[in-house]
Write a new protein. Sequence first.
Length: 94
Amino acid sequence: MAIRTQEKLITKKHGNSNLVVCPECKKEVSFALFENVDVSPVAALLKKSKGSCFAVCPNCAKVFSVNENYVREKERGTTCAMTQSDLSLWTNKR
């Protein structure tokens, strides 16, 4: 039996970061940046933004949550550089 969920997530690629030392593998890499956006009718009705940004290390494939301040500044077009403090190991909060 299939279970339907209300979440309709779309993942968008947002380019790559500047060179940053990965907190896990300790190599200097350019992280691939992604954003999950919930486009379900429930999210639209409740006017809840369920977007989340994450970064993937191309060397060890670990996934990291990205600091909201960094994401906000990047979306505004501000020139900003990602640092290790902008990354935290991603955990599924379900």
